[in-house]
Write a protein of this length. Structure first.
Length: 550
């Protein structure tokens, strides 16, 4: 039996975790201004008899499917034995469904296969000019390489840190938390290397070379070649001890000219938290206002960095100063990219930051549904093919899917995160993607990069006390929008796909998803209930004795 659903704050945190994708595009339109596509319809492919019936599903799953929330919904299932073995459950396996963040299974897999799981990003710093002793008459050029974290999440053991609800979701869901690592760690390391190289004065400028690829506005969030702290400023408000007192504020990373002020007041215990974030002066002046109750937990919010290259330039100049290297150029201001050379051939490399392996970044992306990292992967695939336009990554991904045995006609993508209204995938394509990894030497490495039911990532708070705990490795997805006509939330999709540990070294591949569910009101708790249902279905599939479908 699956026992013990979560309650209170853990339920609210899981709402953010499982529903780590809210598609405002469903109500506001796409970035390109096109209308949302029609609802998914079956593809003209033969279906098995199992596709039209209950297919021997666990009665507890059937009970979920018959709930009022799913009266007009469409369910999809596919469960197969290892390596594409016998089908255990199949229901509309060849029909397009909205994937939500399970689309990351494709983009992350393609990036992993293209770069290699052990690939490390080396971000070099070149001295461009003439050096006389400890003085460089010229510029220091930091050549961005698409490193997702630039050391800002790297633990002392070299692995990448994450929390179950990432700070990138702090404005959307309560309970997001920070990792303890210094977000400027990689920049600081580069600055220290410059000092150790014997340079103590730069009579010139510091420039970020961000020519690796062009930002693609269709991708939201939009990746840049240089990413520091996910291009975010973290804003942490802690209540004072007594009502009426000003709340305490901390923020990071502290880089000029960004400044943060707060007028948030502490109110009586039990009253609601209500904090707003406003920005001005090109996004560099950030103000917090509102209330936070005494005795409550600190609340995290984030504000975006408007110009990542200029931000990185200032961060590096300030880090050089801390390391004992004087730069004559003004620290703040635009990034002077016009001064960049055509080539760095023959220029001395005076520093470099080397990242953890890409497989660690894949774990971060999949565990917390890191949207920026998933979109970045498409850009990196484009770079691997010699291009600078991120859209050039999709042909690379298509060729990989063909080699991996995934029917690319059953996948539609316009980003890497699963956040575009045109994104579609069939249960069969998602299971084919998962099956590919079972045939590779990195099968376990990939499987363990997925959230684990009741243990970590986006499934940390689900099913903590049930027999399936620790035995489901799966990526979750959600597409949710406002039904203004019905004054309720329309759940375009809740999906889950991954591996079921059946014991004895057997891992079945599975997909379960529902399109077209709805909630009675606009209360996000209704979406949480649907998300819980999908997690429970995965647990029931794991518990159910494996048997081929009839």
């Amino acid at each position: 039996m699956v026992r013990g659903r979560k309650s209170g704050s853990s339920r609210r945190r899981a709402a953010g975790a499982f529903c780590a994708l809210l598609l405002v595009a469903l109500t506001t339109g796409t970035a390109a201004g096109s209308a949302p596509p029609p609802p998914p319809t079956p593809t003209p492919r033969p279906t098995s008899p199992a596709d039209s019936g209950a297919d021997g599903l666990d009665p507890r799953i059937l009970k979920i499917m018959r709930k009022p929330d799913y009266r007009n919904a469409q369910w999809g299932f596919l469960q197969s034995g290892p390596g594409g073995g016998p089908v255990v459950h199949s229901r509309f396996a060849d029909q397009f469904f909205l994937p939500g963040s399970t689309a990351k299974l494709f983009s992350v897999s393609g990036t992993w296969a293209t770069l290699g799981g052990d690939h490390r990003f080396t971000t070099p710093l070149y001295a461009v000019g003439e050096r006389r002793g400890a003085t460089l008459s010229g510029d220091l050029d930091l050549v961005a390489q698409g490193d997702l974290t630039m050391g800002g999440r790297t633990r002392p053991d070299g692995t990448v840190a994450f929390t179950d609800l990432d700070h990138t979701y702090a404005n959307d869901f309560p309970g997001a938390t920070l990792t303890p690592e210094n977000p400027l760690a990689g920049i600081d390391r580069i600055a220290q290397q410059v000092r150790r190289a014997g340079i103590t004065r730069v009579e010139g400028d510091v420039i970020v070379d961000d020519r690796l690829f062009l930002p693609e506005p269709v991708f939201q969030p939009t990746p840049d070649p240089l990413i520091i702290n996910d291009n975010l400023i973290d804003l942490l408000t802690t209540p004072a001890d007594r009502p009426g007192e000003a709340a305490r504020l901390d923020w990071r990373p502290k880089v000029a000219p960004y400044s943060v002020t707060s007028t948030v007041k502490t109110v009586a215990a039990g009253k609601p938290t209500d904090i707003q974030v406003t920005t001005s002066a090109g996004g560099t002046r950030i103000q917090l206002s509102g209330t936070i109750p005494a005795g409550g937990k600190p609340l995290l919010r984030v504000a975006g960095v408007g110009d990542p290259a200029a931000f990185g330039r200032t961060a590096l100049i300030e880090a050089l100063g801390r390391a004992g290297v004087e730069v004559t150029a003004k620290a703040t201001g635009p990034n002077p990219a016009g001064r960049l050379p055509g080539t760095y051939e023959g220029r001395p490399r005076v520093a470099a930051y080397v990242s953890p392996p890409y497989a660690d970044y894949a774990k971060l992306i999949l565990k917390v549904s890191h949207n920026l990292g998933a979109n970045l992967g498409v850009c990196l695939m484009a770079v691997s093919a010699g291009g600078r336009n991120c859209m050039g990554g999709f042909p690379v991904l298509a060729r990989f899917l063909e080699r991996a045995g995934v029917d690319s006609e059953q996948v539609q993508l316009l980003d890497g995160r699963g956040g575009n209204p045109v994104d579609r995938a069939t249960p069969r394509a998602e299971v084919q993607m998962l099956t590919y990894w079972q045939r590779t030497p990195e099968a376990r490495r990939f499987r363990e990069s997925l959230p684990v039911l009741g243990v970590d990532g986006l499934l940390a708070d689900n099913c903590r006390d049930c027999p399936a705990r620790g035995k489901v490795f799966a990526k979750t997805g959600a597409v949710v929008g406002l039904d203004a006509l019905g004054a309720r939330l329309a759940v375009g999709a809740i999906t889950i796909a991954g591996y079921l540990d059946k014991g004895g070294g057997r891992f079945d591949t599975f997909y379960a998803g529902v399109n077209g569910a709805s909630t009675p009101t606009t209360d996000p708790a209704g979406v949480l209930t649907i998300a819980d249902d999908l997690a429970m279905i995965a647990a029931y599939l794991q518990e159910d004795p494996a048997r081929p479908a009839r």
